[in-house]
Structures are given as structure tokens and as C-alpha cells.
Design a protein around this ligand. Structure first.
Ligand SMILES: [Ca+2]
Length: 229
């Protein structure tokens, strides 16, 4: 179809990219059973309006605010919803609203924040067949609390007690973010990235910023088209 449309034009450019099944980076050859031919995993598009991922292997989206250690103080909150419109021409996206505080003498973390989590409760996926986590997001900030400059993306493997991460810049307009597995780093010793990716079971998206006593951080994050490519 694309070729016919192209022939009808005087000048056109042909997309000559070849669709390929990603090869394992450990050099062991083709995909294993269960991932044969897989070039993409669509985790969620949020078009069904709930927190249940489109890929039924994943448990419902969860969120949490971390700070202080013993519950949220007055003025702090975190709420998760499905909002409209979504990214591009889509109808819906996930929306997380929050405000977190660091109180004087707070024993909690110096970087309070929020985390969105999507996980595989009953299985793992070998991400060595894939290249990146890709999602669309935008971040809005108003008021006197600090803005959060980056979103940290954490890929975990519970069986090894390890995780690997990188971050993307927050953007006020919808932007597609690509977090390549080859760029993930970890403070965990003794577990290679390839080994952890081979037993992938959760992705966390963390929005946090360092706060001094009495400071707060806030924002609204929209998330859409979460996939593994
Ligand atoms: Ca959507």
C-alpha cells in the first residue's frame, strides 16, 4: 500500500528499513520459546480507562509517595487517575498528581517523591531480545514547590534482587522517551545487566528531587503508550 502511494508521487522517499527480530546481546542466537518473533511488547495504552495493563501478564499499575517514612503529612498527596486526552490522537493516558514535603527533622529520604510501578507477578520476560523501554510522557508544574527535572526509569529483576536504571528529562509537552537497555546502570554488584534483563519483572518510574527541610516538590505526570521495543 505504501509502495503504491509512493509510485503515484513524483518525488518520494522509500522507507527501506528492514524489520528485524532483535538478537540476543549475549550472542546465543535467536529468541527463546515464548518470545519467538516478538518485536514489541505493548504494556499499556490506557485506552480501556483502567489501571489494568493491556498486556495481561502485568499486574495493575501501582503508585506510591515516599516521604516521610511514616505517612504523608498535611499538604502532601499523591493521586492516580486515567485522564483524557491521551498522547497523539488517543483518548486516554495515565495521570499522577502529587505534592511531597520534607519537614524539619524528617527521618525520611532527602529526595521525597512518587513512584509508578508496573510488574510481572507470575513470570519474567527476557529483555535481552529487546532494545528499550519506550513511552510518551509530559510533566506539568505549578506553584511554589520545586519542580522535578527528570524521571528515573528502573528496570528490576527480583530473583536477583537487582535493578538497573537511567533517567529521561521531564518535558512540558508530550514527548516520546526511549530508555535503551544498553544505557542502564546499577549500583548492584555481582549481577550483570544482561543477567538481570534476562529475568525482568518490573519497571518503576520515579519522580524525585532533593529537598531541604521545609521544601516541597510537586507536579502532574501523564504517561501513555508504554512499550518494550
Ligand atoms: Ca492512550
Amino acid at each position: 500500500m505504501a509502495l503504491l502511494a509512493c509510485l503515484a508521487l513524483d518525488a518520494c522517499s522509500v522507507d527501506d528499513r528492514v524489520l528485524m527480530v532483535p538478537e540476543r546481546r549475549d550472542g546465543s542466537g535467536g529468541p527463546a520459546d515464548g518470545e519467538v518473533g516478538a518485536t514489541e511488547i505493548v504494556i499499556d495504552t490506557f485506552e480501556d480507562g483502567d489501571f489494568v495493563p493491556a498486556d495481561a501478564r502485568f499486574a495493575p499499575w501501582r503508585f506510591n509517595a515516599y516521604a516521610p517514612a511514616d505517612g504523608l503529612p498535611d499538604g502532601a498527596f499523591a493521586t492516580l487517575s486515567v485522564d483524557t486526552p491521551g498522547y497523539g490522537t488517543s483518548q486516554r493516558a495515565l495521570r499522577l498528581d502529587w505534592q511531597v514535603l520534607r519537614q524539619a527533622g524528617d527521618a525520611g529520604p532527602t529526595s521525597p517523591g512518587v513512584v509508578l510501578d508496573v510488574s510481572l507477578p507470575h513470570t519474567t520476560i527476557d529483555l535481552n531480545f529487546f532494545n528499550a523501554v519506550v513511552f510518551a510522557s509530559r510533566y506539568q508544574h505549578q506553584g511554589d514547590c520545586k519542580a522535578v527535572p527528570v524521571l528515573t526509569v528502573v528496570v528490576s529483576c527480583a530473583v536477583y534482587g537487582a535493578s538497573f536504571e537511567n533517567y529521561v528529562e521531564m518535558s512540558p509537552d508530550w514527548k516520546v522517551k526511549t530508555v535503551r537497555f544498553s544505557d542502564l546502570t546499577s549500583a548492584t554488584f555481582g549481577v550483570t545487566r544482561e543477567r538481570c534483563l534476562g529475568a525482568f519483572d518490573a519497571i518503576d518510574l520515579q519522580a524525585q528531587v532533593n529537598l531541604a527541610d521545609g521544601e516541597c516538590a510537586s507536579g502532574t505526570l501523564w504517561l501513555d503508550d508504554v512499550r518494550i521495543e
